[in-house]
Design a protein around this ligand. Structure first.
Ligand code: ADP
Ligand code: MG
Length: 466
């Protein structure tokens, strides 16, 4: 007999590496793996409330499906998240027998007390309107940091296979790559109802390939990919160092490419910087358009929070939006997580969302996760990376290299603090708002085309974040 709690524990250990301890503690520790139905391949999970359910289903359902599938030795198990409400209605809608009806198949009981539940399944994205809606172009907030990637994604949907092929989108984690890939897929599907569109994470592709070899199904594996019109491959970095899978992908890529099928790829870095990638695959990946998504600026973060609030039919006070946006530095997934925590807390305790409430809910996150970064520590840190002292950086000196380092300092200050341009200007030797704006624009322009500079700035930021 399967020991389900042990499987859940193993699952938690596995995903801790992938999503980090904080996600596991915040979301997955609240989940209970109640029951495994081996005949229908359904894993029933109990979750404490709708917010946890919504959050997990939008962000982690396929991850759960994937790892539980491996642990339970089945392909694509269904995961059903159950909360305390509306169980019978939900059961009827989805043709699942209600709790008190006779079970048709033998199940392994985990919890002795049956619960009233509301359900969401991962088999049919169609029954998850908020998810289908969530990853659309309409819900993608466009800011200076992601406008190129957005424009390229849009262009593809207008000229499938001919505008940019392949399109490669790269960014750090949680900045919208998966969102854009799904948006491309669903937008093309709307226009071309019969098009075969395949979204696949590279991680799953790798495992699919390995099991195709193991079970002698390589032909079927190839056939599946050969017949697609649009291939959306997420997180290409997972293919690094996997030579055989790279070969398989290389052939699939070529066939699709020469048949003028659209290929869109994402990764955490430029293909040319991806380690353990064969030269020929690298040159394929760099053969089309490469575009990136930068860390969001404050304005983008505010717009995203407002958009998410609107999707949840909620009006958030500006001060709350501003507070959350400045607390969460650079990751939109975390930004959403913070908003969901605030909304969940307000809803569970039946209180209005106020600044005080948001501060209380996020106090822990802000104290523990974010070191307070001030302007002084930024200028010190930048100064360590370049041959200029903080005093020189603040000075009126016009040496070309010095001016450039000054702009970098300003840029990092804007990225990592909530200080206004005016405050930054005052700190930087009494410069005015327009000068600061100019410096920011210059660096933004430079980093579009200069990967080395971008890496440098990223490493300064990482150092400051500690
Ligand atoms: P990545 O794939 O780069 O790790 P995701 O696409 O999963 O990031 O994005 C993380 C979360 O942030 C998702 O819920 C996504 O909808 C949201 N998100 C990212 N960028 C935007 C944006 N520009 N507008 C609205 N939501 C966004
Ligand atoms: Mg992603």
């Amino acid at each position: 007999m399967l020991v389900v709690p042990a499987i859940w524990e193993t699952f938690l250990t596995l995903i801790r590496d992938e999503v980090g301890s904080r996600v596991v503690e915040t979301w997955f520790k609240a989940v209970m793996f109640r029951e495994w139905d081996p005949v229908n391949k359904i894993a029933y999970m109990d979750v404490p409330n709708r917010f946890v359910k919504d959050w997990i289903s939008s962000n982690y359902l396929s991850l759960m499906q994937f790892h539980l599938g491996r642990l339970l030795h089945v392909e694509s198990p269904q995961v059903i998240l159950c909360t305390q409400a509306k169980k019978n209605e939900a059961c009827q809608q989805k043709n699942v027998p209600p709790e008190n009806s006779e079970p048709t198949e033998k199940r392994i009981p985990i919890a002795s007390v049956p619960r009233k539940t509301e359900m969401v399944t991962n088999r049919s994205a169609a029954v998850l309107p908020h998810v289908a809606r969530a990853y659309s172009f309409e819900n993608f907030v466009v800011g200076p940091d992601n406008s190129l990637a957005y424009a390229a994604a849009r262009a593809i949907t207008e000229q499938v296979g001919t505008a940019y092929n392949p399109l490669f989108i790269h960014s750090g984690s949680g900045l919208g790559k998966t969102h854009l890939l799904h948006a491309i897929g669903s937008c093309i599907k709307k226009e071309h109802k019969n098009a075969s569109i395949l979204y696949q994470t590279t991680d799953r592709f790798v495992h699919e390939f390995i099991s195709a070899i193991r079970f002698d199904k390589v032909q079927a594996f190839h056939a599946k990919y050969q017949k697609v019109d649009v291939l959306l491959m997420d997180d290409m970095h997972f293919i690094s160092c996997k030579e055989q899978t790279q070969d398989a992908f290389f052939h699939i890529f070529n066939e699709l490419y020469y048949a003028r099928k659209q290929i869109v790829l994402s990764g955490d870095t430029l293909p040319q910087h991806m380690k353990g990638l064969s030269g020929r695959l690298q040159s394929r990946l760099t053969g089309g358009l490469i575009t990136d998504i930068q860390c969001p600026c404050l304005e983008t973060k505010i717009a995203i929070l407002n958009k998410k609030a609107e999707l949840n039919q909620l009006v958030l006070p500006d001060e709350v939006v501003h507070f959350i946006a400045t607390r969460i530095i650079s990751n939109i997934r975390e930004l959403e997580g913070a908003l969901v925590r605030v909304m969940a807390f307000a809803s569970l305790t039946k209180q209005p969302i106020t600044l005080e409430l948001a501060q209380r809910v996020l106090y822990y996150a802000s104290e523990v996760d974010q070191r307070v970064i001030d302007l002084e520590s930024i200028i010190q840190c930048v100064s360590k990376h370049y041959p200029f002292s903080p005093k020189e950086i603040k000075s009126q000196g016009r040496n070309k290299e010095l001016v450039f380092v000054r702009y970098i300092t300003i840029y990092v200050m804007k990225q990592l603090t909530e200080k206004s341009l005016r405050e930054i200007g005052i700190f930087m030797g009494g410069r005015d708002h327009a000068t600061i704006m100019y410096g920011l624009a210059k660096i933004q322009q430079f980093i579009q085309s200069n990967e080395q500079l971008r890496q440098k700035i990223r490493s300064i930021e990482m150092e400051l974040k500690g």
